[in-house]
Write a protein that binds this ligand. Structure first.
Ligand code: ARG
Length: 392
């Protein structure tokens, strides 16, 4: 029997996939769960379920790599899509790469995933799998056009344990948590408080603000309040602190790859904090031209990632440009966190382009009279245009 490696989360879709792969596709199923910072039970549950079903299961810890190679790049690029810091989209390529490596190791001829045919993840997984391996790709839920209730019925009739009390479809990794489905599909329905788990509501956030100082080296965070920390610890700490102050709840109408709009809720406290701090530092050290251009770079970068094109050479080209610019993004940013808001209190950098003396009202060194000529012809095209309009 040919082997298939299934990316297994322990959720409804992928649990149903196990039986479908055996019964409908006649495969020997090997399951794998790539740890990109899901909650503990989302790592242990699939392992347990799989073993109970007598399957071979692999847990692959990719947290450190995810933080260093993906999240840190996202910080340098200020990777935000339609207003939300990319999280699910950022982890998918790494998960796919790890599954490809495993499939090769165990001699599987196919790779399976539990994505439906409506979402983005099918694009993100399959584009990577097809680029890095010759394996067949099987997407049972999409192939059989199954609805959620059909899946539940199938699970019940095949003795597949249903994940308990999961009302919403949730995807969680180190960089963020996305919540969709059920009553949230009505964009007029307010997201219930119980849907959130990383962030506190503004009402319940502490009355007392908290001040935090983040240091950056070459565009990535290295210290919190003067304490040197590794990527994983920094990300986790920022999630904790910002989440406690009600930062990082995002409710948007998102445009999916296939064109459908969907209502999405995100909790990305650490990402919101770190990107805000990073941007504040960039304002100090990058030139006007660089800042303007990085807005475009950031937009394109984020679209590539969202659209599942992590392996597109342009992403790599942009990363090289970004790395070059980020060389000077070093320094400290002090921020105040209070009831859902982030305020920049201060920033400093050895590469600062700010000239305090020159901009000062007390400075005489920079002779104001020399600027008069520059001002005189400023906006000359607009002036000509207004003149033409008057004469018409
Ligand atoms: N719509 C988001 C994205 O494509 C998140 C989807 C994650 N899946 C989920 N079941 N919540 O990035």
């Amino acid at each position: 029997m040919e082997k298939v490696v299934l990316a297994f989360s322990g959720g409804l879709d992928t649990s149903v996939c196990i039986k479908l792969l055996e019964e409908e596709y006649d495969k020997k199923v090997i399951t794998a769960c790539v740890d990109v910072g899901q909650p503990e039970d989302e790592i242990t549950r699939p392992a347990k379920l799989s073993t109970e079903m007598g399957l071979e299961h692999y847990t692959i810890d990719a947290k450190e790599e995810f933080a260093r190679e993906f999240i840190f790049r996202a910080i340098k690029a200020n990777a935000v899509y339609e207003g939300y810091p990319l999280s699910t989209a950022l982890a998918r390529p790494l998960i796919a790469i790890k599954i490809v490596e495993l499939a090769e190791k165990v001699g599987a001829t196919a790779i399976a995933h539990g994505c439906t045919g409506k979402g983005n993840d099918q694009f993100r997984f399959e584009s990577i799998i097809r680029s890095y391996s010759d394996s067949d790709v099987i997407a049972p839920i999409r192939d059989l056009n199954l609805t959620r209730s059909e899946e539940i019925a199938y699970a019940k009739s095949h003795g597949i344990p249903l994940p308990s009390d999961k009302l919403y479809s949730i995807d969680e990794n180190l960089w963020g948590r996305s919540i969709e489905g059920d009553i949230l599909e009505d964009p007029m329905v307010e997201t219930p408080e119980k849907a959130f788990s990383w962030t506190c509501s503004t009402e319940d956030a502490p009355d007392k603000p908290e001040i935090i100082e983040i240091s950056f080296e070459e565009g990535v965070p290295t210290e919190i309040n003067g304490e040197l920390m590794g990527p994983l610890d920094i990300i986790q700490e920022c999630n904790k602190v910002a989440g406690m102050h009600g930062i990082g709840r995002i409710d948007i109408m998102e445009d999916r790859i296939i064109g459908l709009k969907s209502r999405e809720n995100y909790e990305t406290p650490g990402a919101c904090l770190l990107i805000a701090a990073h941007r504040a530092l960039e304002q100090l050290v990058l030139t006007r031209e660089e800042i303007k251009f990085s807005e475009i770079v950031s937009l394109t970068y984020s679209e590539l990632v969202y659209n599942g094109l992590w392996h597109e050479p342009l992403r790599d080209d942009l990363d090289q440009l970004i790395d070059n610019m980020q060389g000077r993004v070093c320094g400290n940013v002090r921020l105040k966190l209070h009831k859902g808001s982030i305020r920049i209190l201060g920033r400093k950098s050895p590469f600062s382009l700010y000239q305090e003396e020159a901009v000062s009202f007390e400075d005489k060194e920079m002779d104001q009279r020399e600027i008069a000529g520059m001002v005189k012809n400023y906006g000359i095209q607009a002036a000509c245009y207004q003149d033409v309009c008057r004469r018409k």
